[in-house]
Design a protein around this ligand. Structure first.
Ligand code: NAG
Ligand code: NAG
Length: 469
């Protein structure tokens, strides 16, 4: 226990040193913005950390401001999967949100190590004016299991690190933070000025008049038995055939990224006492697929797995799959899901006569983080000048795939993205030019193969005869 305490102290101390280095360097002298009121809600109930920020920002300068900066400590930056911002419009029931563009930003005069995102306002904020923006960002791999290893009968405990005070390049007049834990089982949490805990909520603040880059490290140690389902690598191949279907093949390398399992696994205990045995393990996965899915299969390196259930209605299909064994911390499963979809639900013609595929990005498995996602859109043979439209930055390149009866090969549009969360499941498009004459390519190929075979036979017979003469 004492060792644990020392470790915690050491952790706090190292973060402290780091951030005091940050704080010592300059503050953003040019900033003329000030946060009048900030409320932060950190949701730790799944393994994806969701942070909701409401900021009321005031322009105290003399010229209009077009952007608001968000600052993140260097330890968090690599784990940010997504940052979204919106301006609420209307009141109470009629409230709606206008999304704002967010991009990562370089701030040369910022303290070393801090990283920034810039929120671009729809209309510049005039001098003396104020605006309220709502921000949502998500962090992956930010809950650290401790202890690192647990046995089948133990519950999973994790650490979460953050600051009681919101890190910001601006002066914050008033702020408060609420942290929601998945259960009331909280081993410990850093107690600083104005800390309070009730039920599944820990409150930090309210704090008044904090200068730019104020920071106060906190650590929360709590129970989290939600499935830490991480797909280390997912490759989704979407093949378009103009003969009427879309064929999807998804290969998964799944891992349970929670505390490692220690000791032996007892299936008898697991099955007879499900409420206390292997509480942090998972044995079912839910894949949300489009409606009208058909020819679904699920297999791994051994062969087909029959334990899957498909439920479909007019809006969606749900495929429940069960790996061969329940997954405990550190355990992996590799499998493939395949399915067909009607082409007319996903392939359209744009106003300029190009064809386009409109399909969902991301991973169909619920509540899953994908470390590396690759989407390969295999276009029909003869497609020209493809271009992809994705609502967030991805890496893109082209490949060629040859399959049975292909003459020139098919163009494959490859899209790659790291650190993908369920909120990335939004539609993307791949546009291309297609000349329908190519639809005849395969039948023509077959016909010409027979024709040449026939010619060869004739020639052979002819030659043969002429020699005998
Ligand atoms: C696996 O299932 C698919 C689709 O149901 C079927 O076409 C295939 O023949 C099966 N393979 C084996 C090895 O059973
Ligand atoms: C793509 O499909 C979604 C619904 O799945 C729809 O809301 C969106 O407008 C479509 N986009 C295009 C460019 O057709």
């Amino acid at each position: 226990m004492e060792a644990l305490q020392t470790l915690r102290l050491a952790l706090v101390f190292s973060i402290f040193v780091h951030l005091s280095l940050l704080a010592r360097s300059s503050s953003l002298s040019s900033s003329e913005l000030r946060i009048v009121n900030a409320e932060r809600r950190i949701d730790l109930s799944s393994h994806i950390v969701r942070v909701y920020l409401t900021l009321k920002v005031e322009n105290t300068g003399t010229s209009p401001a077009s952007e608001i900066l968000l600052a993140f400590p260097p330890t968090q930056v690599d784990h940010i999967a997504l940052v979204k911002a919106a301006v609420p419009v209307g009141k109470k029931k009629k409230k709606s949100y206008l999304p704002l563009d967010v991009k990562s930003a370089e701030v040369p005069e910022g303290p070393n190590g801090a990283k920034y995102f810039s929120i671009l306002l729809l209309n510049p904020l005039s001098a003396g004016g104020s605006v309220t923006v709502e921000v949502l960002y998500m962090l992956t791999h930010s809950l650290e299991p401790f202890p690192l290893e647990i046995s089948q009968s133990e519950s999973q405990l994790v650490y979460y690190h953050d600051s009681a005070i919101i890190l910001s390049p601006y002066h914050i007049k008033q702020q408060i933070t609420f942290i929601k834990t998945p259960s009331t089982k909280v081993e410990s949490f850093t107690n600083v000025e104005s800390t309070d805990r009730a039920g599944t909520e820990i409150k930090y603040g309210p704090y008044e008049d904090r200068t730019p880059y104020s920071y106060s490290p906190i650590i929360i140690h709590f129970e989290n038995n939600n499935p830490f389902a991480v797909v280390e690598e997912l490759v989704r191949e979407v093949e378009i055939s103009h003969w009427g279907s879309l064929q999807i093949t998804e290969s998964y390398k799944l891992v349970h990224a929670g505390a490692r399992h220690k000791g032996i696994f007892s299936r008898v205990e697991y099955q007879s006492r499900p409420s206390i045995s292997g509480v942090s393990s998972f044995k079912l996965l839910l894949a949300r697929l489009p409606p009208r899915v058909h020819s679904v299969y699920y297999r791994d390196e051994i062969g087909n797995i029959s334990s899957s259930h498909l439920r479909t209605d007019s809006k969606k299909s749900e495929l429940e799959i069960e790996p061969r064994y329940p997954l405990f911390g550190g355990w992996k499963a590799t499998f493939i899901i395949g399915y067909g979809l009607p082409l007319q639900d996903f392939l359209f013609e744009s106003s300029d006569g190009r064809r386009y595929l409109n399909f969902s990005f991301g991973c169909p498995l619920a509540d899953t983080v994908v470390d590396k996602l690759t989407i390969k859109v295999v276009l029909p043979e003869g497609s020209k000048s493809p271009s992809a439209v994705v609502p967030f930055p991805v890496e893109q390149h082209l490949e060629t795939k040859y399959s049975y009866l292909d003459v020139v090969g098919r163009t494959v549009v490859v899209l790659e993205k790291k650190n993908v969360v369920p909120d990335h499941n939004s539609p993307f498009q791949v546009y291309y030019n297609f000349n329908p004459i190519f639809m005849l390519a395969e039948p023509l190929m077959l016909a010409s193969v027979f024709f040449f075979f026939f010619l060869a036979c004739v020639a052979y017979l002819h030659v043969d005869l002429s020699i005998r003469k």
